[in-house]
Unconditional design. Structure first.
Length: 270
C-alpha cells in the first residue's frame, strides 16, 4: 500500500474517516493521500493537518490511482461530475455509497472506466468491519488487489461475482450492526422487566453480546456448536431457545427483516 500511487478520498465522514485512519495505520504514505471534504469535522480537519494530507482536488498531482467515494447517495451525481475530469484511464473508482449501481457510476466517466461498488459496515470504525465488493469488467487484477488492500485496512473483504448480490450484502452485513444493537436494547429491556436496575441490565446485555461476538470471532467452531456449548438439556438456556427457535421465531423474523432491507436496497438502486 505504501507504493500505491496517489489515492483520492472523497467524503471524510464516519465511513470515509474510518477508511482514512485504517490506511494511515497500515502505512500508506500521507503524501499519497488527498482528501476532498468541503466540511470536515474538527477531528477530521486536525487529522488532515497533523498528517500533512493533501486537502482538496487542487492537491492532486495528476490522475490518482484510486478514488474512493464515501458520500451520501443523494450527492453522488454532483460529486462524480466534479471528480470525473481528474480521473485518467488507469484510475479505478470505488464507490461505498449505498444504492448506486455500477452502470449509474460508469455513465459519469469516460467509456471503459474501472469501477468497483463496495458495501462496508460501521464496525470499520474499530477495524472490525466487513465489506462486500463487486467489480465491473474493466477492473484489472492489479486494481482489484490494490482496492482489496485499501478496503481491507478496516476489516475483511468479500468479493462477489454478481452485482445483484450487493443488496443481500447490504441486508446482512451493511444493516446488520443495527440489528445487533437493537438486540442489546431488547435484552436490556427484558432484564429490566425481570427486576434488574436499568444500568445493570444494560451492562450485562452489552458485555454479553460483545463477549459472545469476540468468542465467535476467535473460535473455529460453528455458531451452532457454540450455541450447543451453552445449552444444557432441560436447562435455562434450553427453555429460552425453545421460544426463540419456535416457528415462527427469531429465524423467521430475521428472514423477513433482511428481505425487507434487501428489497429497499434494490429500490434505492433503481
Amino acid at each position: 500500500m505504501s507504493e500505491s500511487g496517489q489515492i483520492l478520498l472523497v467524503g471524510a465522514g464516519r465511513m470515509g474517516g474510518a477508511l482514512l485512519q485504517g490506511w494511515l495505520s497500515k502505512g500508506v504514505a500521507p503524501a499519497n493521500i488527498v482528501v476532498e471534504e468541503p466540511q470536515p469535522s474538527p477531528e477530521m480537519a486536525l487529522l488532515i493537518r497533523k498528517n500533512g494530507l493533501g486537502a482538496g482536488l487542487q492537491a492532486l498531482n495528476g490522475s490518482p490511482s484510486v478514488v474512493i467515494i464515501a458520500v451520501k447517495p443523494q450527492t453522488m451525481d454532483a460529486v462524480l461530475s466534479s471528480i470525473s475530469p481528474f480521473c485518467g484511464p488507469d484510475t479505478v473508482i470505488v464507490s461505498v455509497a449505498a444504492g448506486r449501481t455500477l452502470a449509474s457510476i460508469e455513465r459519469q466517466f469516460a467509456p471503459g472506466a474501472a469501477v468497483i461498488r463496495a458495501m462496508p459496515n460501521t464496525p470499520a470504525a474499530v477495524g472490525r468491519g466487513i465489506t462486500g465488493a463487486v467489480c465491473n469488467a474493466t477492473v484489472t487484477p492489479e486494481q482489484k488487489r490494490l482496492c482489496d488492500q485499501f478496503l481491507g485496512a478496516v476489516g475483511e473483504v468479500v468479493w462477489l461475482d454478481d452485482e445483484a448480490l450487493i443488496e443481500a450484502v447490504t441486508a446482512i452485513s451493511g444493516s446488520g450492526p443495527a440489528y445487533v444493537f437493537h438486540f442489546v436494547e431488547a435484552l436490556t429491556s427484558a432484564g429490566v422487566a425481570l427486576g434488574l436496575a436499568p444500568e445493570i441490565s444494560a451492562k450485562l446485555a452489552r458485555a454479553t453480546v460483545t463477549g459472545a461476538g469476540e468468542l465467535l470471532h476467535q473460535s473455529p467452531d460453528a455458531p451452532s456448536r457454540l450455541r450447543e456449548n451453552v445449552t444444557s438439556p432441560n436447562g435455562t438456556t434450553a427453555a429460552a431457545l425453545a421460544v426463540l427457535m419456535a416457528q415462527p421465531g427469531l429465524g423467521d423474523l430475521l428472514a423477513r427483516a433482511t428481505a425487507a432491507a434487501a428489497k429497499r436496497a434494490q429500490e434505492l438502486a433503481g
